[in-house]
Ligand binder design. Structure first.
Ligand SMILES: *Cc1c(COP(=O)(O)O)cnc(C)c1O
Length: 217
């Protein structure tokens, strides 16, 4: 699917949900994609991208940013504390703040550096063992701890379990965000971004629908 097709499907979903058209940000998830595909999406004029790994992003984005300086890149994948400093330099936003240790590290570095990327707290809405994120029952306390550390928390992020209806998870994420006064909702991927938009997503993270299947060889 082309970038403009995705964009127009987002606009349709916004309109039918009675939302402002153009209010949802499309993050083009470029992880594991060949540089030519990323280059062509940049040439189409898109400027917001998502990556899963600090190392991969560090190898790819400094060069692209030379040619397209207004590009913004968001980190979507898990972040180890020993890569936090580098991540803060590379990304305009981090969607995977998921534990107190990382919050402490980011807060300390933000003090030292004098700035911090926008942060989304990841919520493990499906309470899955193997998945990152705070459990829904712990979310309110964690959000308030992060706020008291002066971290720039802009919203919440979730990745629903593969075999469940994602809308239930999107609705839960929205409820937790609302009761904590957070407006950002990072939810929805290639298979379900329209349902996420219908439930109020402010950021959808779409990879394979834009770039094609990832090459994991
Ligand atoms: C890979 C990834 C995406 C994009 O997935 P697609 O199914 O290719 O759209 C979105 N969010 C996160 C956190 C990811 O890791």
């Amino acid at each position: 699917m082309s970038l403009s097709e995705i964009q127009s499907r987002i606009h349709k979903a916004e309109a039918s949900a009675g939302r402002e058209v153009g209010g949802t940000q499309l993050i083009a998830v470029s992880k594991m994609q060949p540089n030519e595909r990323v280059q062509s999406v940049l040439e189409e004029g898109h400027r917001l991208f998502g990556e899963n790994k600090v190392q991969e992003a560090a190898g790819k984005w400094p060069k692209f940013r030379e040619d397209f300086p207004d590009t913004k890149v968001h980190l979507l994948g898990p972040l180890q504390t020993n890569k936090a400093r580098q991540a803060m330099q590379l990304f305009e936003a981090i969607h995977s703040l998921d534990r107190p240790k990382l919050a402490n590290t980011l807060a300390r570095l933000a003090q030292e550096v004098g700035s911090c990327p926008d942060l989304f707290i990841q919520v493990n809405t499906g309470e899955e063992e193997q998945k990152a994120g705070v459990f829904p029952a712990e979310a309110d306390a964690f959000i308030s701890d992060c706020k008291s550390m002066d971290l720039p928390i802009v919203g919440l992020m979730c990745i629903p379990p593969v075999n469940e209806e994602p809308s239930l998870h999107f609705a839960l994420l929205k409820k937790i965000a609302e009761r904590n006064g957070l407006s950002g909702l990072s939810m929805g991927m290639s298979e379900d971004f329209e349902r996420a938009v219908a439930l109020g997503a402010t950021h959808v993270r779409v990879g394979s629908a834009i770039f094609g299947a990832r090459d994991y060889r």
